[in-house]
Ligand binder design. Structure first.
Ligand SMILES: C[S@@+](CC[C@H](N)C(=O)[O-])C[C@H]1O[C@@H](n2cnc3c(N)ncnc32)[C@H](O)[C@@H]1O
Length: 391
């Protein structure tokens, strides 16, 4: 999108209240509802095209569609509407970052949170990934996993909200000489995508997303025989770790559950299996002219694999992990916050900085046809009949 254009933020979707009043709701955190006047509703639709519009073009299109003359009063009103929508983040510019993960974090992220090659290799092997296949990496961040998958020859598209992360992924792809498709959009809105994929990955991101909407979207974009891989990670550090107040069990950013990681992963596996079972209903006639094949085969759990990764947790990791919203919750100004981290870790020997990352790889696959029932078939228990014998 050109620098002087604005477009409707991919974070907002049009909805209507019980009384029919239109509003647009932000479907990624922090959640926002923005109630629309008739003028704003039309403007929101006009700015909805992927390449956006200039303000002058939006004014002209509004006048044409609403069939109203160009007056100074109308111009002032439209400009005020556009400014209000821009200030609320409903309209965005080409350089806007739409995610709490912004350009400032990208380099630290790539250095200190490399995606484990063993897990990428497992995905490549389990999906038998190679040339001719289409992969979508949802909320793919600065692209480390996406590029490890692209190295197989598959055509990979990375979708993320963060402009800074997408730019970092573009630079990294160019440096590695690998093609990588990039989409700035919300993973909660895959219903807007027309493409179909053989493999979809979601790594370290489902907790930022609306998993019901994500699963609904996956039901739409996954080809028969295609695979979904969800990667979930959990960090632990011992109580004596210098950053235990941030990354330990009693973190000031929110206490963590103390259940074993394998149980946490199994619960997530169950939850997603149930969501797919509920949302992916091949027996339902879908009226979707763009996708006559939608609904072929069930998406079912295939495999849950666990990985355990000892790793250092120091100031670099903190910079790659903590966003401004996290820091705001500590009550410290960013500068004081980073000074405090540096002071706590200064001179700590390597073993004091040791932490652990547990990883779960959840594999789901869509069957090719409808031959499998989604649930096991229980035996029917015979029961009596108490009515008249005449039937
Ligand atoms: C912890 S990072 C994970 C990045 C990458 N998948 C990885 O494993 O390294 C979380 C990512 O989710 C992205 N994100 C958050 N909400 C999103 C949304 N609604 N749609 C798309 N991406 C989103 C953020 O911009 C960020 O890149």
């Amino acid at each position: 999108m050109d620098a002087d254009r604005l477009r409707a933020s991919p974070n907002f979707a049009l909805a209507a209240g019980m009384d029919g009043r239109p509003f647009i709701a932000k479907d990624s955190e922090p959640y926002v509802q923005y109630w629309l006047s008739g003028r704003e509703r039309l403007l929101f639709a006009l700015f909805g095209r992927r390449r956006g519009l200039t303000v002058a073009a939006a004014r002209a299109a509004y006048r044409r569609l609403a069939d109203v003359p160009d007056t100074p009063l109308l111009r002032r009103r439209l400009d005020a509407d556009i400014a209000g929508m821009r200030a609320a983040g409903v309209l965005v510019g080409a350089g806007d970052d739409l995610s709490r993960y912004d350009a400032g974090i990208a380099e630290a992220y790539l250095t200190h949170r490399p995606f484990p090659p063993e897990i990428a290799a497992r995905i490549r092997a389990d999906a038998a990934l190679g040339p001719g296949q289409a992969v979508l990496d949802l909320a793919g961040g600065p692209g480390d996993l996406a590029l490890q998958l692209a190295a197989s020859g598959a055509a990979v598209t990375l979708l993320d909200l963060s402009r800074g992360f997408l730019d970092a992924a573009r630079r990294r792809a160019a440096a590695q000489g690998l093609p990588l498709g990039l989409l700035q959009d919300s993973a909660n809105r895959l219903l807007h995508l027309d493409a179909e994929f053989d493999v979809v990955t979601v790594a370290q991101a489902l907790h930022w997303l609306d998993d019901v909407q994500v699963c609904r979207g996956l039901c739409r974009v996954l080809r028969p025989g295609g695979s979904v891989f969800v990667v979930h990670g959990a960090l632990s550090v011992p109580d004596r770790h210098p950053l235990a107040h941030l990354f330990g069990h009693r973190s000031i950013l929110g206490a963590k559950e103390e259940r074993p990681f394998a149980e946490e992963a199994a619960a997530l596996h169950r939850r997603l299996s149930l969501l797919f079972e509920a949302l992916d209903s091949p027996g339902v006639d879908r009226i979707d002219l763009a996708r006559p094949q939608a609904g072929a085969g069930w998406i079912r759990a295939r495999r849950l694999s666990l990985f355990r990764q000892p790793r250092p947790i120091g100031p670099g990791f903190a910079r790659a992990f903590l966003t401004d919203s996290h820091i705001a919750r500590t009550g410290l100004a960013p500068e004081a916050f980073w000074q405090d981290i540096a002071a706590r870790c200064a001179g700590a020997p390597a073993d004091r900085l040791a932490g652990l990352c547990d990883w779960a790889l959840l594999h789901f696959q869509r069957s090719e046809g409808l031959e499998h029932a989604p649930l096991g078939r229980p035996e029917a228990i015979p029961i009596g009949y108490a009515g008249p014998a005449s039937g």
